[in-house]
Design a protein around this ligand. Sequence first.
Ligand code: UDX
Ligand code: UDX
Ligand code: ADP
Length: 465
Amino acid sequence: IHKKIKSICCIGAGYVGGPTMSVIAQKNPDIKVTVVDLNEQRIADWNDADLSKLPIFEPGLDAVVEEARGRNLFFSTDVNQAIAEADMIFISVNTPTKTYGAGKGMAADLKYVELCARQIAEVATSDKIVVEKSTLPVKTAQAIKSILDNTGNGVKFQILSNPEFLAEGTAMTDLANPDRVLIGGDQTPEGKAAIQSLVDVYGAWVPQAQIITTNLWSSELSKLVANAFLAQRVSSINAISELCEATQANVEEVARAIGMDSRIGPKFLKASVGFGGSCFQKDILNLVYISKSLGLNEVADYWEQVIIMNNHQRDRFANNIVSTLYNTVSGKKIAFLGWAFKKDTNDTRESAAIYVADRLIDEQAQIYVYDPKVSAKQMQADLNYLSTRTETENAKYLQTQTDPYKAVEGAHAIAVLTEWDEFKSYDWQKIYDNMSKPAFVFDGRNVLNQEALEAIGFQVQSIGK
Ligand code: UDX
Ligand code: UDX
Ligand code: ADP
């Protein structure tokens, strides 16, 4: 008979842990959910009475936090206490790509995950179900298990894999109505009981038919594969966008035509300046790294091509700006609309905007960025993270504006890097009047009305048209 969960701890109050636990708490008022993090500022922000200060911007998140916080949802820095009192512990810490040593630039850095496992091993005095929530390479559960099983304190652990499939910007609706919930675990009686305990947590709001259970490895691998397939669709349509630009075809017409084939489907066929986000590149690099280490070179090369195509799409966008502006952008003001990796999020990890800016700054362009949700500090940090030049130099070339009309004033060109809805309803006549002429627009997201802009006088270039 499986255990009814009364207390959950989640280690990591980030983009995944925060929203996911908020919804679990909202839907399970009888379960105490404590989200812990080492980052004191982050926890203070999660606890702020002013809900606009939540550390993550996600439409609808504030209402759920307001409903559950203080009732059965808590945010704390006391990691040990939360571990001690929980019967189920989610590990939802970051797993960035390694920046040193073997597998540098490809393998996931598991040091934060391992630290969590060691801390759980040290603190636990009662049996626990430990759930992997972070995106992890296949067989991480085995590593966690071996750390936990060698504590010698008699505590029994079950490890589950429960990958998160939410997309940022739509996290709350994705969590409330998931396509599926995936739970992997040992196929032993104890493993199956642990799986059932977690099935019950989701069963509070997800129909049973949408909760699928597998063995541990299938679950871990499915997460990587889902993201690899999604990213591959974007790279596939982006490859076609370049072909469309070289011919008289229009990528939106092509996407519509192929998407109506029910075997292909209409979603995720939007050509763009390139995908970003914390998952796609990292997960594919993981897949490539795992394949290579198993000697599966053709498999590795196949998936690596998705990344190569994405890098090419970003470079191509930047290079096109330079060549269109008469082969020089030196000293020219170029306005960026958007910096986040997609709309409705303040997350900028791996955003195409960072790479396009870096390339244009190499050409000595002056970049003025407006993004409705990203701070100036974050933009500088993103650019500095590439280590292309000194922080002082980056600051000289990258300016942030909090007013979009100021950002575009006097600009030689506007580049749309994120598909924020508000860009569509700007006063484009006013923008045109205040720009240098000819006034160029490079729409990296195909969100603007090209014909209307051209009627005003803009020279517009879109993706795949
Ligand atoms: C992704 C997966 O969708 C999600 O299931 C997983 O849990 C985490 O990774 P996320 O990265 O938050 O989610 O956003 P997503 O909507 O998948 O977009 C990723 C990137 O692809 C964005 O930069 C987006 O702009 C780009 N994209 C997406 C396109 O360029 N075209 C498309 O058609 C779709
Ligand atoms: C294909 C297209 O489906 C069709 O729309 C187009 O008009 C002609 O080309 P066809 O080649 O007749 O049709 O068969 P299809 O069912 O697409 O299968 C093609 C090959 O892929 C077959 O060898 C099939 O066995 C294989 N296949 C298909 C797989 O191995 N796995 C799959 O999941 C699907
Ligand atoms: P994700 O998108 O996967 O949620 P984030 O970087 O947004 O990634 O969140 C991960 C969080 O995990 C960060 O806030 C980080 O401070 C936290 N974290 C990392 N290691 C630990 C740890 N050992 N204990 C507690 N929190 C941790």
